[in-house]
Design a binder for this molecule. Structure first.
Ligand code: NOJ
Length: 515
């Protein structure tokens, strides 16, 4: 079996050089032909990841859940939902990845649970319940309404729900059926650490931590200013109380060995995002939301890269991430206008910046969002399009059972793994080529980044590690651009991985040069 681990660079931890691949289990592969992706489906397709050349997987929730938020509403943290399989099935995925030399991080959802979780069922049973304080309760405001003016995600309604039986409100930053837990309660904190240990003992290599910024709450819930009323409160919760809690999580995870945590820090503010990182007391990595939200415009990307470099340069420990697509946002190809050229250039950009890249399953096929008719929308946040099933084959079922839970993305007859593995110069071939070019270059994996000023429509940068060096040019315009210097090609967005570049970048193209 070929190893998926990145080149060992002395003193560089694995998660810095690794390329992560996000799997949303409902959408990846259908092992039992019921139209919903599952763990058996993942286990059957692990060689796709090896062929692609990624190093680690982030697996979104597969835990027991009533699925009101498709798994981000957990009713048992230590059980696999039957829709996805069994504990034996997740053990097989862990073993299969490790045999192939790939790491696995799983989702840890610490801010809330499902209202069906026994913790909440017990807590809401009485104000005297020993678990009452595991959640965030408050008496009504003097007018009988919610205690503060905070807004929930998805519904844009109040983030508090009245529990008629006990006369108090409970906090839910997401759905009413996702009550927030109270990390200020030491028993709750211990129970959450037990969850981490349960999965570490099963062999996972770390966690992607859902809305980590929200677990530290203001001990005195108070109104937000009028100007931010209506802004989902999860974006506004970056309370100082969060950092000791992250330290505790970090200690628990570090105790298991060579592990990592990436925090979903919900903000576009790069300084704030970077402030969650620390050598031994913060997250290893934070999700770079600015890269998820940036438009495909040269100046926006130059500013984003410069801002990321600045925010993450304060200490040697800070290391950025970059991500273009995930299960919560329209796919980047869709956001960027759908063109093949942009999707190709974006692949080169994402995989050559200084930081840990996160790919979202299907972007290696150039997928766009599915067009989901109104009567098939199932997600309370309307994120169905980016969660469409991955097409594996060219036939009508694309490797899935009848009636998949969502429609396939556009052009699935050519944007599928089978067709793109057989074809030439396909998007899949491009991802393989760029990942191989990255693996061959310490500069691309772990080097410094210096922004260059070559052309007003082009983002250019030099990466260097020791005496290894690469120069990258990405043309954001629909015209050719003279970047003032040619060289030997490491890889281009057209998929070439040899030859000479003459200094003129075709419209919308990208190139990586080697000395
Ligand atoms: C962020 C997750 O990525 C998203 O899918 C989920 O709905 C919310 N957190 C709530 O858990």
């Amino acid at each position: 079996m070929s190893s998926g681990l990145p080149t060992d660079l002395p003193g560089v931890p694995w998660w810095k050089t690794a390329v992560f691949y996000q799997i949303y289990p409902r959408s990846f592969a259908d092992g039992n032909d019921d139209g919903v992706g599952d763990l058996a489906g993942i286990a059957e397709h692990l060689d796709h990841l090896v062929d692609l050349g990624v190093d680690a997987v982030w697996l979104s929730p597969f835990y027991e859940s009533p699925m009101r938020d498709f798994g981000y509403d957990i009713s048992d943290h230590c059980a696999v939902d039957p829709v996805f399989g069994t504990l034996d099935d997740i053990d097989a995925v862990i073993a299969g990845l490790h045999e192939r030399g790939l790491k696995l991080i799983v989702d840890f959802v610490p801010n809330h649970v499902s209202s069906d979780h026994p913790w909440f069922v017990e807590a809401r049973s009485s104000v005297e319940s020993p678990k009452r304080d595991w959640f965030i309760w408050s008496d009504p405001a003097p007018d009988g309404g919610p205690p503060t003016n905070w807004t929930a995600s998805f519904t844009e309604g109040p983030a508090w729900e009245l529990d008629e039986a006990t006369g108090q409100y409970y906090l839910h930053l997401f759905l009413v059926e996702q009550p927030d837990v109270n990390w200020a309660n030491p028993d709750l904190e211990r129970a959450q650490h037990d969850v981490l240990r349960f999965w570490l003992d099963r062999g996972v290599d770390g966690f992607r931590i859902d809305v980590i910024n929200a677990i530290g709450k203001d001990p005195e819930p108070r109104d937000v200013p009028e100007s931010t009323v209506g802004v989902p409160h999860v974006v506004l919760t970056h309370h100082d109380t969060v950092h000791p809690l992250i330290r505790g999580i970090r200690e628990t995870v570090d105790a298991a060995g060579d592990t990592m945590i990436i925090g979903e820090v919900v903000t576009g503010d790069l300084e704030l995002q970077a402030s969650y990182q620390g050598s031994d007391d913060g997250v290893h990595c934070a999700v770079n939301f600015a890269s998820v939200w940036a438009p495909w415009e040269r100046d926006a990307w130059r500013l984003l890269i410069a801002g990321t470099e600045e925010a993450y340069a304060h200490t040697g420990n800070r290391w950025p991430s970059y991500v273009l697509s995930n299960h919560d946002n329209p796919r980047h190809r869709t956001r960027y206008g759908g063109t093949e050229a942009r999707a190709r250039a974006a692949a080169v950009l994402l995989l050559t910046l200084r930081g840990t890249p996160f790919l979202y399953a299907g972007e290696e096929l150039g997928l766009e969002d599915a067009v989901v008719p109104e009567d098939r929308i199932v997600d309370p946040g309307g994120r169905d399009g980016c969660r469409a099933p991955i097409p594996w084959t060219g036939e009508s079922g694309h490797g899935w059972g009848p009636d998949p839970w969502l429609p396939f993305p556009p052009d699935a007859d050519i944007r599928n793994v089978e067709a793109q593995s057989a074809g030439e110069a396909t998007m899949l071939e491009l991802y393989r080529a760029v990942l191989a070019a990255r693996r061959a270059s310490p500069a691309l994996q772990a080097g410094t980044l210096e922004l260059l000023d070559q052309h007003p429509d082009v983002v250019s940068y030099r990466r260097a590690f020791g005496d290894d060096e690469r120069v990258v040019h990405v043309n954001f315009s629909d015209d050719a651009a003279d970047v003032g210097g040619g060289g030997a090609v490491a890889v281009t967005s057209a998929g070439a991985s040899s030859g000479t570049f003459d200094g003129t970048l075709p419209a919308g193209a990208a190139v990586v040069l080697r000395p």
